[in-house]
Design a binder for this molecule. Structure first.
Ligand SMILES: O=C(O)c1ccccc1N[C@@H]1O[C@H](COP(=O)(O)O)[C@@H](O)[C@H]1O
Length: 211
């Protein structure tokens, strides 16, 4: 299977269109004021309105109020909601539509009990003190040996064009999610890095399927 690619932390229309041209399957918008990639509702709405069809739009939230998420999801017509804070399984259940729960991972103990989350996808990001995510740090992928959650899972955390092929080959996720690794500066994407990232994912998956 070829992993889907989500490029997260979009703040500008030109970056969104470059990500789509590079072949991203999904784009992510960070609605968390503590992030250097935070986008306003108005900007996100304006960008999303200009996107081509068949590119999925995800909104990222950190411990946000349900009403805030619902309003943002409605106005931006989000296809999926990514919860990147300390949201409980019940908070995930209380949201409509497709929900992705992000988990911060440092060791095998962080993978225990993931089946409690009633979501359509799980995202694994590095656990880094002082960060809810987007740290640009990878975690030790070897802890994923034998990881078989009941829903599709997404690998995130410190991925970039140099390491993503190795990641895909080693852990075979449903999707990969990248933010820092394809940036020129926080919140500013680098078109060449996005092209390289998508290409490496597809090449790695093609090689894997032939071996
Ligand atoms: O990007 C952020 O600033 C951010 C803030 C708070 C929670 C999550 C955030 N980003 C997400 O974290 C992962 C990994 O990002 P990176 O590739 O290591 O930079 C990804 O899903 C980002 O969208």
């Amino acid at each position: 299977m070829i992993p889907r690619v989500k490029i997260c932390g979009i703040t500008r229309l030109e970056d969104a269109l470059a990500a789509c041209a590079a072949g991203a399957d999904a784009l992510g918008f960070v609605f968390f004021e503590g992030s250097r990639r935070c986008v306003t509702l108005e900007s996100a709405e304006a960008i999303i309105r200009r996107l081509p069809p068949f590119v999925t739009v995800t909104g990222l939230f950190v411990n946000a109020a349900r009403e805030t998420i619902l309003e943002t999801a409605g106005r931006c017509r989000l296809d999926a909601i990514q919860l990147h804070g300390d949201e409980s399984p019940q908070a995930c259940r209380d949201l409509p539509g497709r929900v992705i729960k992000a988990l911060r991972v440092a060791g095998p103990e962080d993978l225990i009990g993931v089946e409690r989350y009633p979501v359509q996808g799980l995202l694994l990001d590095a656990k880094v003190a002082g960060h809810y995510g987007g740290s640009g740090q990878p975690f030790d992928w070897s802890i994923l040996a034998g990881f078989q959650p009941p829903v599709p899972w997404i690998l995130a955390g410190g991925l970039d064009p140099e390491n993503v092929a190795d990641a895909v080959r080693r852990v075979q996720p449903y999707a990969v999610d990248v933010s820092s690794g394809v940036e020129a500066a926080p919140g500013i994407k680098d078109p060449a890095k996005m092209i390289g990232f998508v290409r490496r994912v597809r090449e790695a998956a093609a090689l894997f399927s032939r071996s």
